[in-house]
Design a binder for this molecule. Structure first.
Ligand code: CUA
Length: 397
């Protein structure tokens, strides 16, 4: 017999003289569903509308993202139009030509050459036009413009599980290596070489450009730019990015930020890039703790030694554990906003917690797994030593 989910009025579902509430119950149920659907649609629109600070491809902050969004809109709305026309004709035919009582069997038709030719030509033209448009867009956004401001070049390397940003020349010949927080001047093309020294990652800042893979031993090139006339807020502003390719245990904990700033703000950050000062006793003690426990993997006094990066890649390619473990350069840690590849805000407290027990904050991280310091799970450091280390790294006075 089968009970309809709409029928709540009786176990048999049989009509009866007392069953006058049946249509009302069905209507109420349908109404409930409509309300639920309406709420979900509203929630979806609300979430889309609230993406101002989140990751959204619907809000392009630069020319590359804008061209990709334009192409997406053309593809999307063309497909919506095709869908409406096809489904409209289908629904019209179903309703208009439905079988009515007393109808004779209609004449049977087998094929209609004109119709078939038309229905082949229209999709062919559509697919070709959209395909050609897509290819042209690809070429258009392939290279950074050469007629504007001089591009700033950044090498980005994916690691399990964090991002490294290297500026071979951030201005005045200054060589900078930092991690998880990319700083870029506004209205200037940023040319990027993407690589990885372990597995394949994927680099994605939705408001600036589409995603691109980071592959060991192969450099992928991309560029983007943040345009001041597309950004309403005062600079600097923070955009969010993340790894978009499943790359291991902490893939979902591999985020980064792109801070868009005025050129002068960028220059001042670049000029200040350097080891933390050691003019307090706490910092001097912290420096010693760092030198004894952290320097096998972390650098704090400027860019990493190139031989270090090479030995990591060699280690990976020969199939062994990468030693020393690739680890974020900490030279400018005191100017950063986040910790553990962007998953928590950086503060005195969070850094203390992180050094004490990184696994508690970011499961799968290689620091607690491989560093000698963490043989018993938590850092083999006294509270005093951690305190000195935090004071030194963050330049606390
Ligand atoms: Cu790196 Cu996912």
């Amino acid at each position: 017999m089968g009970l309809s989910p709409f029928r709540r009025e009786g176990p048999t579902g049989k009509p009866s003289a007392t069953n006058s509430s049946k249509p009302t119950g069905r209507r109420r149920s349908l109404k409930n569903r409509s309300v639920l659907f309406g709420l979900m649609a509203a929630l979806f629109l609300f979430m889309v509308g609230c993406s101002k600070t989140g990751q959204s491809t619907w809000e392009a902050f630069g020319p590359v993202a804008q061209k990709q969004l334009d192409l997406f809109n053309v593809l999307l709305w063309t497909m919506v139009a095709v869908f409406i026309v096809v489904e409209g004709v289908l629904l019209y035919a179903i309703v208009r030509y439905r079988r009515r009582p007393g109808d004779e069997k209609p004449p049977q038709i087998h094929g209609n050459t004109t119709l078939e030719v038309v229905l082949t030509i229209i999709p062919t033209i559509l697919v070709l036009a959209l395909g050609i448009w897509s290819v042209f867009t690809l070429f258009e956004i392939d290279k950074a413009p050469t007629d504007g401001p001089e591009p700033l070049h950044v090498n980005v390397t994916g690691h399990q599980w964090w991002f490294e940003f290297e500026y071979p020349d951030a201005g005045n010949g200054k060589h900078i290596i930092t991690a998880n927080e990319m700083r870029i001047p506004v209205d200037r093309p940023i040319t990027i070489n993407l690589e990885s020294d372990d597995v394949i990652h994927s680099f994605w800042v939705p408001k600036l450009a589409g995603k691109l893979d980071m592959v060991p031993t192969h450099i992928n090139k991309m560029w983007f730019q943040a345009d001041s006339d597309k950004i309403d807020d005062d600079l600097p502003i923070t955009l969010y990015g993340q790894c978009a390719e499943l790359c291991g245990l902490a893939h979902a904990l591999m985020r980064f930020r792109v801070t868009v700033m005025e050129q002068a703000q960028f220059d001042s950050w670049a000029a200040d890039y350097g080891p933390p000062p050691t003019n307090t006793d706490r910092a001097k003690k912290g420096q010693q703790v760092f030198a004894t426990n952290c320097t096998l993997c972390h650098t704090i006094d400027g860019p990493d030694d190139p031989s270090l990066s090479k030995s990591r890649l060699d280690g990976f390619l020969t199939g062994g554990d990468i030693t020393p473990v690739p680890a974020p350069n900490l030279t400018d840690l005191r100017t950063r906003l986040t910790l553990a590849a962007g998953i928590i805000d950086l503060s005195e407290t969070t850094l203390r917690d992180w050094i004490h027990d990184p696994e508690d904050i970011k499961p799968g991280n290689y620091m607690s797994e491989r560093a000698v310091l963490y043989q018993n799970g938590t850092a083999n450091l006294s509270d005093e030593e951690i305190d000195a280390l935090v004071g030194y790294l963050l330049d606390l006075r």
